[in-house]
Design a protein around this ligand. Structure first.
Ligand SMILES: C[S@@+](CC[C@H](N)C(=O)[O-])C[C@H]1O[C@@H](n2cnc3c(N)ncnc32)[C@H](O)[C@@H]1O
Length: 232
């Protein structure tokens, strides 16, 4: 296992090596890589299983933010094929693949930005998101977490599986590189690009708690999984 010093050294080297690479628009990024996408994500295989097991068994209506081709849903439906899912994703090609894999499941797909999509009020037993939200600044996530909180029913749960920064130095470094790259390429404010800007666990928890959530559990693994409850 790498120490955080080694990890930061490797990250800095990678940022140096990729300093000239251009940022890609989010949906184009995933559409271009669709063929190898599921193989690439097999690194998180174990975390998908842990994520599915963390979903409380009484959850029936689930909203998945950035569902992609549904790797987390593959595992969730293995456990209970009757769970009704609404999957939101920007990238139509990812959603076509999800629909192709799960024609027999109670699935609705929405090709939209989850910051714009209306989640409704008191409607979902669970809102879930796996490896999608680390592409956004905390200022934006803060509003999204409040929207998620309001959209859940009284005993609802938000299950977040994501890339978490190992220390503040990582969070701050990636944020500054991200902002600099956007500025250098004059990327407009409303354009989403693919670049990882994870938060530390403490920062992520603070945002969730500010939105009203109670953090019930944090599970480790390749991806960190936070179980945030609307009520105790
Ligand atoms: C790394 S993939 C994860 C997909 C899936 N959850 C999984 O683990 O296989 C991130 C997904 O988030 C989607 N995404 C990113 N930003 C989004 C946004 N603002 N609204 C909707 N989808 C978004 C991307 O299109 C992509 O499919």
């Amino acid at each position: 296992m790498q120490s955080s010093e080694e990890y930061m050294q490797n990250l800095k080297q990678w940022l140096q090596d990729t300093a000239d690479s251009q940022l890609e628009e989010m949906s184009d990024f995933f559409a271009k890589r669709l063929d190898g996408y599921e193989d690439h994500m097999s690194f998180w295989r174990e975390s998908y299983q842990i994520f599915a097991e963390a979903l409380p068994s009484e959850c029936q209506k689930v909203l998945d933010l950035g569902c992609g081709t549904g790797l987390e849903l593959d595992k969730i439906w293995q456990k209970n094929p009757n769970i009704e899912v609404t999957g939101v994703d920007l990238c139509a090609n990812m959603l076509y693949k999800l629909l192709e894999k799960h024609q027999d499941k109670p699935l609705t797909t929405i090709c939209q930005d989850y910051f714009q999509y209306d989640f409704g009020y008191g409607k979902w037993d669970a809102v879930i998101s796996f490896e999608s939200l680390h592409h956004f600044l905390p200022e934006r996530k803060k509003e999204l977490y409040k929207k998620i909180y309001c959209s859940l029913n009284e005993r609802g749960v938000f299950l977040l599986g994501d890339y978490i920064a190992c220390c503040e130095e990582e969070e701050n470094l990636l944020r500054s590189v991200y902002l600099k790259k956007r500025e250098q390429s004059a990327i407009s404010k409303n354009c989403y690009v693919h670049f990882d800007i994870p938060l530390t666990l403490e920062h992520e928890k603070d945002l969730l708690q500010d939105a009203g959530f109670v953090i019930e559990k944090v599970l480790g693994g390749n991806a960190t999984i936070l179980i945030a409850q609307k009520q105790r």
